[in-house]
Design a protein around this ligand. Structure first.
Ligand code: 13P
Length: 260
């Protein structure tokens, strides 16, 4: 298995001066823990207006990610931006298919597939989000739902391209609710996702693809979630807004914090 990844998705939060402060504080805390435990990649995805500055001004110990890119090429699409634009200003990652974008901006599986295609063509690394609503879980349709999302987004990608795709399982009922999936629920779905990846792309791609967990992941539950065999890191929302709690989650991924 590749290195763990802990990625912070700020969503629509923080003013610029708060973002600068965060970078200083996070860099200092991460520097203190440097070299401890296993290596873990760290990524921060601030709001889009800050991306070029993040990528160009800060030499922080983390990758810089966008929360979205367009499924369309450059042209007359007011307010939108392309994967190539992100790459051209030094952004490393892009989060795609987040349930909030699917809900707020009516993003379809087809649009997410086109975004992944564009992001990979531009040389970006991608985090593909999937996850079901509580209603679907109650109907026992969550596995079919997640399989459909992954199949729609990754069919046709080559093994080399899949090496630039991380998957994030984010059950909608756990996002921002304080209700976390139990480690058993997370492991069950992550193992299923790996089986879907094996069906679509072969065993080697399946075992090399990182599958992150997202949904009310915080310092108090991160170590237990990350101890699951098929959980390779986290996509963190609320707890990524505070440098100390985000760094504590990174420490959990490094194995420095053990499950309580
Ligand atoms: P929370 O950690 O706030 O539940 O958000 C998770 C998420 O949506 C990350 O993309």
């Amino acid at each position: 298995m590749a290195n763990m990844l802990v990625a912070g998705n700020w969503k629509c939060n923080k003013l610029w001066n708060e973002a600068e402060l965060f970078v200083d504080e996070l860099s200092q805390i991460l520097a203190q823990g440097d070299g401890q435990g296993q290596f873990c990649e760290v990524m921060v995805a601030p709001p889009s207006p800050y991306l070029a500055a993040f990528a160009q001004q800060f030499d922080g110990p983390f990758f810089v990610g966008a929360q979205h890119c367009s499924h369309q090429s450059m042209g007359a699409h007011t307010g939108d931006f392309t994967a190539e634009m992100l790459a051209s200003c030094g952004v490393d990652f892009v989060i795609l298919g987040h349930s909030e974008r699917r809900a707020d901006h009516s993003e379809t599986d087809e649009m997410v597939a086109a975004q992944i295609r564009a992001a990979l063509d531009a040389g970006l690394r991608t985090i593909l989000c999937c996850g079901e609503s509580l209603e679907l879980r109650k109907l026992d349709e969550h596995f079919d739902w997640v399989k459909r999302q992954i199949t729609a987004a990754t069919t046709g990608l080559t093994p080399d391209e899949m090496a630039h795709v991380d998957v994030a399982y984010e059950p909608i009922w756990a996002i921002g609710t304080g209700v976390t999936a139990s480690s058993a629920q997370a492991q069950e779905m992550h193992a299923f996702i790996r089986a879907v990846l094996a069906e679509l792309h072969g065993d080697s791609v399946a075992s090399d693809t990182r599958i992150l967990y997202g949904g009310s992941c915080k310092p108090s539950n991160a170590a237990e979630l990350f101890a699951c065999q098929d959980v390779d890191g986290g996509l963190i929302g609320g707890a990524a807004l505070d440098p100390e709690s985000f760094a504590a989650i990174v420490a959990a991924a490094r194995g420095v914090l053990s499950p309580s």
